[in-house]
Design a protein around this ligand. Structure first.
Ligand code: ZN
Length: 371
């Protein structure tokens, strides 16, 4: 028969001892597909297997027949037997370790049958052989036969690296809407806010506010958050005043009067929400129906800080609360979460969450006034 080896052909020779002599499996034990010719030949006490990718490598007029012994020896001499570092042949292949390093991934699973690489978000799985393909997150990419199995590992064609890299970049871009990833949360500005802030802990004393599904009184939750908020603002702002520093009842009109009397730059009132719809969750910012642009801008700054700190925020609403409308000062009421929602209620019961939301509100306020 006539045998023409096309340029760019990968061939693998493996000299193996015959099964009778306690032999080994064919190369790595994998002979992929019906298009691969495996030609055992007696050679001394070993057997030479020739594995040729028939579709890629060899063309004959009609079909394959036995390859003459002399050709085999010639080919064996040409390519070496067995290959030690990566498959022989003009196509460059990379080992799992090299591939992982080039793509910045780590090896999650490696065998002669497949190779899986991951970055924790995207998974690349490569199956060797003529029908084997490259899968990214379970979806096939490119044409089959981009890898071969050898020495118990999957070796991938070097030209496939760029395709995988581009696909991973496209996937990463699609997750961020084609924009660069959002910047890491900024540390709070150390710049002073030369402002007078009134921190209003809602309810108190004989007015417990609502009671959360876990049984905690709103006055207790909001007093803790308000105290933390004032503590965070104090070193950074000009003057910080709390409407109550103990568990006592203060009328809403009196709270509004404190805002007016102190000529404060911001009156921030801390509450916890309640809704019949138990699925309602997250913080909500309220400003007066006729509020100034200042109140709105401060609420926006607080909302941004909540979101940046991973706290669910429903954004800004307008309402006719007395503490927002019965004075002339900029004012924002923060509903810190829904006491009627199990997940929120448990968060509000946690000192870590109360500290976190207090810090986020403080950051939002300071960022506004430090401008
Ligand atoms: Zn309340």
């Amino acid at each position: 028969m006539k045998l023409r080896i096309r340029e760019g052909v990968a061939m693998t020779f493996c000299a193996l001892s015959p099964p009778a002599a306690g032999g080994m499996t064919v190369c790595d034990g994998r002979v992929p597909g019906r298009f691969t010719a495996v030609v055992p030949m007696p050679l001394d006490r070993s057997v030479v297997f020739l594995r040729i990718n028939m579709m890629e490598a060899v063309r004959t007029e009609s079909r394959y027949r036995f390859i003459p012994f002399a050709s085999l020896l010639f080919l064996a001499a040409l390519t070496g037997c067995p290959p030690q570092s990566g498959p022989a042949g003009p196509i460059a292949y990379v080992s799992p370790q090299e591939l992982a390093s080039k793509l910045g991934l780590r090896i999650a699973d490696s065998s002669s049958a497949h190779l899986t690489l991951t970055n924790g978000i995207d998974n690349v799985t490569i199956f060797p052989g003529l029908t084997g393909r490259i899968y990214i997150n379970g979806k096939p990419y490119g044409t089959p036969n981009k890898a071969i199995s050898q020495n118990g590992q999957v070796y991938t064609m070097a030209p496939a690296i760029e395709m995988i890299r581009l696909e991973l970049r496209r996937l990463a871009d699609s997750r961020t809407g084609g924009k660069p990833p959002p910047p890491a949360p900024r540390p709070p500005r150390s710049g002073r806010c030369n402002a007078t802030i009134v921190v209003d802990a809602g309810h108190g004393g004989t007015d417990p506010g609502t009671r959360s599904v876990t049984g905690t009184a709103e006055k207790t939750i909001v007093f803790d958050i308000a105290t933390r908020l004032a503590a965070s603002l104090s070193p950074r702002c000009g003057r910080v005043i709390m409407t109550r520093t103990t568990d006592r009842k203060i009328d809403l009109e009196e709270r509004a009067a404190i805002a007016e009397r102190t000529r404060c730059d911001l009156f921030v009132s801390i509450h916890a929400d309640w809704a019949e719809r138990r699925s309602a969750s997250g913080a909500t910012l309220y400003i007066s129906r006729n509020s100034s642009n200042t109140s709105y801008a401060i609420a926006r700054s607080i909302h941004a800080a909540l979101v940046r700190n991973g706290i669910e925020s429903n954004g800004i609403q307008r309402a006719g609360f007395i503490v927002l409308k019965n004075h002339s000062r900029p004012a924002v009421l923060v509903e810190t979460g829904f006491a009627s929602n199990w997940s929120d209620a448990r968060k509000l019961d946690s000192a870590a969450f109360r500290a976190k939301i207090a810090e986020a509100i403080a950051d939002g306020i300071v960022e506004y006034f430090a401008k």
